[in-house]
Design a protein around this ligand. Structure first.
Ligand code: HC3
Length: 437
C-alpha cells in the first residue's frame, strides 16, 4: 500500500549509496558525525585549525555542490556545521571500531535483504527512494540543503539491530525500592537513554548550532524574492524541506528500542500519524522567540517569507505553536522523550494491527517521560504538554486540508514535482488515483 515507506525500512542503511551531505559527491562514510566525501572530510578537518578564518565575498548563502564547493570556504564550513559536523569530534578522529563494525554489519544485512526482496519490489519503487540525479529545476530545489534524498545515518547504528526487545510489565515497576532498582526501573532507564541517544543522532541540526546561526536573518530583498515566487514553487520548496526533516524522524523512530519489532503496517501507520507532529515539536528548537523567526533554507525567516503559499493562517498557527513550546524551555532530553511519546501515541488508532504491542511501548515511553519530568521537578508541565499534543493533531489536520485544496488547483504539480514520501504520508491513495487518471 505504501511502497516508499516500505523501501525506507528495507534500504535505509545503504550508506555507500548516500551522496556527501555537504556537496553531493560520492560519500566515503560518516565523518565527524555526518556522511561526507573525502574532500569535505579533509576540508572540515583543516578548518578546525585555530589559525584558519574564512570570509564570504558574496552574501553568505553560496550554493555548495560538487563543482562549486571550493569557491567559498566560509559557506562550505557553515553548511558543514549546520548539517551537524562536530568540532569536538575532530579530537576523536575516526569512528570507533564498534561503530564501524555495526555500520558495516547493518549494510551487509540490508544488502542481503535487498537481494531477497528484489522479487517483491518493482524497480520504480527503489528509484523513488534513490532518485537519479539532475532532472531540471526540482532537483536543484531538493538538493540545496540536503543533497541526498535519503536520511542521515549517524556513526552508531546499534539502535537498528533487530534484537529481541524484552520489556517488563508495568506491575514490576511499582514494587521496587529506592535502594534496589528492580528490572522494570532498569529497563525504563535503558529506554530513556536509548531515546535520548536516538534523538541526538537524528535531530538533523544540533541545538547549539541552531542557536549560533540565529544572527543569520534573511534581508528585506531576499524576503521579497521568496514572496515573488509562484505559489507552486513555494509549496514545492516547503514540501521538500519538510520531507528532509521527516526523513530524520523516520530514522529516529527506527532507533527507538521496540519500534522495529512492530509489524510493518504499524510502523507506517505511526509514522503517517506522527512524523509531522514530531517535526513541529522539533521546530521549537529551530525557533528564535526573540524575533519570531525559524530556521529555513540556511537562515532565520519570519512568517512573511511564506506569504506566497497562500495559507498564512496555517503558517501563523505553526509559528505560534513553536513559540508557545519555546516558553516551556524543554531540555534536549525532554524534547527527545516528548517526541517519542508523540510518535507512539496512536494507541487508539484503529488502523493498528497489533494494538497491544504498540500500547505496551507507549506505556513505557510514558513512564520514562514522567520519570524525567519528576526528576527535573517539572511534572507540572505534564498537563501543558498533553494540551500541546491536541494542538499538534489540529495543526496536522489543517495541513492535510490545505494540501487537499492546493492539489485541487494544481494536481499535476503535486503529482510530478512533490517528493514521493511527502505524497505518501499526506495524500490518500484513492485521491491520487483520481488525479493520475
Ligand atoms: C519552516 C517550516 C517549519 C519548520 C521546519 C523545521 C525548521 C523544523 C525542525 C526540523 O529539524 C528542520 C525543519 C525543516 C523544515 C521547516 C519547515 C519548512 C516549511 C515550514 C513552514 C512553517 C511552512 C509550512 C507550510 C506548509 C505546511 C504549507 O508546508
Amino acid at each position: 500500500i505504501l511502497p516508499l515507506l516500505t523501501c525506507i525500512f528495507v534500504f535505509a542503511a545503504q550508506i555507500e549509496v548516500i551522496p556527501c551531505k555537504i556537496c553531493g559527491d560520492k560519500s566515503s562514510g560518516v565523518h565527524y558525525g555526518v556522511i561526507t566525501c573525502e574532500g569535505c572530510k579533509g576540508f572540515f578537518r583543516r578548518s578546525q585549525q585555530s589559525s584558519v578564518s574564512y570570509s564570504c565575498s558574496r552574501q553568505k548563502n553560496c550554493q555548495i555542490d560538487r563543482t562549486s564547493r571550493n569557491r567559498c570556504q566560509h559557506c562550505r564550513l557553515q553548511k558543514c556545521v549546520a548539517l551537524g559536523m562536530s568540532r569536538d569530534a575532530v579530537k576523536f578522529g575516526r569512528m570507533s571500531k564498534r561503530q564501524r563494525d555495526s555500520l558495516f554489519a547493518e549494510v551487509e544485512k540490508h544488502k542481503q535483504q535487498q537481494k531477497q526482496q528484489q522479487h517483491q519490489h518493482s524497480p520504480g519503487e527503489a528509484e523513488a527512494l534513490f532518485p537519479k540525479e539532475g532532472k531540471g529545476k526540482t532537483e536543484g530545489i531538493r538538493n540545496r540543503y540536503c543533497p541526498s534524498q535519503t536520511r542521515q545515518p549517524s556513526p552508531d547504528q546499534s539502535g537498528l539491530d533487530m534484537k529481541e526487545i524484552r520489556l517488563p510489565s508495568v506491575v514490576d515497576f511499582y514494587i521496587s525500592s529506592p535502594e534496589q532498582p528492580n528490572t522494570m526501573e532498569l529497563e525504563i532507564n535503558k529506554l530513556t537513554a536509548n531515546i535520548f541517544k536516538s534523538h541526538r543522532e537524528t535531530c538533523q541540526f544540533r541545538v547549539e548550532e541552531l542557536q549560533a546561526l540565529q544572527w543569520k536573518q534573511f534581508t528585506r530583498e531576499e524576503v521579497m524574492v521568496y514572496q515573488c515566487k509562484s505559489i507552486e514553487e513555494m509549496w514545492e520548496r516547503c514540501a521538500c524541506r519538510l520531507t528532509d526533516a521527516i526523513q530524520y524522524v523516520v530514522e529516529f523512530a527506527k532507533r527507538i528500542d521496540g519500534f522495529m519489532e512492530f509489524c510493518q503496517n504499524d510502523q507506517i501507520v505511526l509514522l503517517k500519524a506522527g512524523s509531522l507532529e514530531v517535526v513541529l515539536v522539533r521546530m521549537s528548537r529551530a525557533f528564535n522567540q526573540e524575533n519570531n523567526t525559524v530556521f529555513f533554507e540556511g537562515k532565520y525567516a519570519g512568517t512573511e517569507i511564506f506569504k506566497s503559499l497562500g495559507c498564512m493562517d496555517l503558517v501563523t498557527s505553526m509559528f505560534d505553536f513553536a513559540k508557545s513550546l519555546c516558553t516551556l524551555h524543554l531540555s534536549e532530553e525532554e524534547v527527545a522523550l516528548f517526541t517519542a511519546l508523540v510518535l507512539i501515541n496512536s494507541g487508539n488508532n484503529s488502523w493498528l494491527q497489533e494494538k497491544a504491542k504498540v500500547e505496551r511501548l507507549h506505556t513505557h515511553v510514558d513512564m520514562a517521560f514522567k520519570r524525567i519530568l519528576l526528576r527535573n521537578r517539572r511534572d507540572g508541565l505534564l498537563s501543558k504538554l498533553f494540551q500541546k499534543m491536541a494542538v499538534l493533531k489540529l495543526l496536522c489536520a489543517q495541513h492535510i486540508e490545505k494540501l487537499r485544496a492546493f492539489r485541487q488547483l494544481y494536481p499535476l504539480i503535486v503529482h510530478s514535482l512533490f517528493p514521493p514520501l511527502y505524497k505518501e504520508l499526506f495524500t490518500c491513495d484513492t485521491d491520487l488515483q483520481t488525479v493520475i487518471e
